[in-house]
Design a binder for this molecule. Structure first.
Ligand code: TXE
Length: 479
């Protein structure tokens, strides 16, 4: 087993003083490292370090100095992408080739927000009152808390850190207890980039102790959280009691609608990729594929053919497209969803745990369930596994009704060659992102977030700057 990791507080690595947890490699079920569960005192030390850094220099750092530090961090992540990608891959099971891509993407994200660092400003407002000058200042909040999940740990940490730092906040990051190592490794790069001590801190631990302490800490002004909807609700309630700002990126049950006039080959491939990528452990997984009845059988055949060749196995092999689920509990949960569907729907592909060389890890086969009705459990709850449900529909109105008949609203897709229908349907899908003739496209420049139970606030784009700034109006009476 690897060594015990440490917290990163005030620019120093500190040994944890509370209990520890064991971090497992989901491909083998074997321990990778021990990590400390941050105590309330350690969370307090991290928030204080962040506040000190904010008050004593970072708040007043020039925008160009913030931009340069962010660009340096982006360079370091890009040049260490292979190594940091391996850490993430071993820790949470996404294929290494993809975690390298994720690191490169995280670097681009930082570059985008580095570009904003010297473009965040207020307005001058002409008033009707005589002899006045009125203007606004966009100021940082102070200390931001980033609560990060395990499914894309690098990028989801950076989605919070980059805009928060560009706006002039200090930050405390809490990685997930299921995969903390890539975020901890990132702290080495933060230090190497030259961020002043305390501007970025990282306390590892679980939700019940460490996450809660961070949410409750009065020194935290804004909480950026990605995770499950149930946890998000708890975070929002407790943040609400202290009137703290929150940005919540939660679960999804996104509908991908394929009309008969679409490019069916492309739709079948993207429907497969959109659901199986990262072993279906994506908030934006296209887990409900709605298919027009007239092409249903052809489409099903094509998506089965695609999924049958989706290479599942050791994430460190360059040809692997899908690794394991994150842990045993997740594996059992995913298989229970499939079992539950057996009564009313047809398991057209997969549906079982993989054995042989993969038996020690938490591997399941890519799974396609046909003949699903939208009122079945498999169509209503977020599975977070590689399980694609096919739901037939008769016409556009029915497709839209099924797509919107969910508590979630993270993403949606429409496949058609009819320009009018594409825009008509895009407008009616109740979701924060809609893709037309593609799936999964996410860019630093665009806002990302949920309608309904999929979240509050936006990450990405200029919209994320609103999360990490507050507006001050200055009224000047001139003589
Ligand atoms: O998430 P949690 P888990 C969904 C997915 C998955 C389910 C559970 O459906 O099956 O959530 O996954 C921290 N106060 N998503 O258990 O619990 C926790 O330590 C403060 C969707 O991994 O939401 C971790 O750092 N923090 C998703 C983070 O919250 C708390 C990504 C996420 O953990 C806390 C992951 C508390 N009370 C799971 N309790 C997405 N949107 O992409 C936990 N945490």
């Amino acid at each position: 087993m690897g060594a015990t990791t440490k917290h990163f507080i005030g620019g120093e690595w500190r040994t944890g003083e509370g209990s520890t947890m064991t971090d497992l490699n989901p491909s083998t079920g074997k321990p990778l490292a021990e990590f400390p569960v941050g105590t309330a005192e350690e969370v307090d030390a991290a928030v204080r370090a962040a506040r000190d850094a904010f008050d004593n220099g970072w708040r007043d750092a020039t925008p160009s100095s913030r931009r340069k530090l962010l660009l340096k961090l982006a360079d370091l992540i890009a040049s260490n992408a292979t190594e940091i990608g391996k850490v993430a891959s071993e820790d949470m099971g996404m294929p290494w080739a993809f975690t390298i891509g994720e690191a490169m993407f995280a670097a681009e994200y930082i570059e985008y927000y580095a570009g904003w660092a010297d473009k965040i400003h207020g307005d001058t407002i002409p008033l009707s009152a005589p002899n006045t000058l009125d203007y606004t200042l966009r100021e940082p909040i102070g200390v931001a808390a980033a609560i990060v999940p395990w499914n894309s740990p690098l990028s989801l940490a950076i989605w919070k850190m980059a805009p928060a730092l560009a706006c002039g906040n200090a930050i405390v990051v809490k990685p997930s207890e299921l995969a903390p190592l890539a975020v901890l490794r990132l702290m080495d790069l933060v230090a190497e980039a030259g961020f002043p001590p305390g501007v970025v801190n990282c306390v590892s631990g679980d939700g019940a102790l460490t996450g809660s302490a961070l949410v409750e800490h009065p020194g935290v002004g804004v909480i950026a959280f990605t995770g499950g909807t149930a946890t998000g609700r708890k975070v929002a309630e407790r943040a609400g009691a202290q009137l703290k700002r929150v940005s919540l990126e939660l679960g999804g049950k996104s509908a991908n609608i394929v009309f008969a006039d679409a490019d069916i080959d492309a739709a079948a491939v993207q429907a497969g990729v959109g659901c199986f990528i990262n072993t279906g452990q994506q908030c934006i997984a296209g887990s409900r594929v709605l298919v027009e009845e007239s092409i249903h059988d052809t489409f099903l055949e094509k998506v089965i053919a695609f999924a049958s060749n989706w290479a599942t196995g050791d994430p460190l092999q360059p040809t692997t497209q899908m690794g394991p689920l994150i842990n045993e509990a997740s594996l059992e949960r995913v298989l229970a969803f499939v079992d539950d569907a057996r009564g009313g729907a047809e398991i057209a592909l997969g549906g079982e745990r993989l054995g042989g060389d993969l038996a020690d890890g938490y591997f399941v086969a890519p799974t396609i369930v046909a003949g699903v009705r939208n009122d079945m459990r498999i169509a209503r709850e977020e599975i977070f596994g590689p399980v694609l449900s096919i739901i037939p529909f008769r016409d556009e109105a029915e497709a839209i009704a099924i797509a919107n008949d969910t508590e979630y609203g993270l993403a949606g897709g429409v496949w058609t060659n009819d320009l009018h229908r594409a825009h008509r349907v895009a407008r009616q899908i109740q979701a924060g992102t809609v893709w037309v003739n593609t799936w999964l496209a996410v860019n630093p420049q665009t806002p990302f977030g949920g309608y309904k139970a999929s979240g509050i606030g936006r990450e990405g784009g200029k919209e994320a700057l609103d999360v990490y700034t507050q507006i001050k109006n200055v009224y000047v009476q001139l003589r």
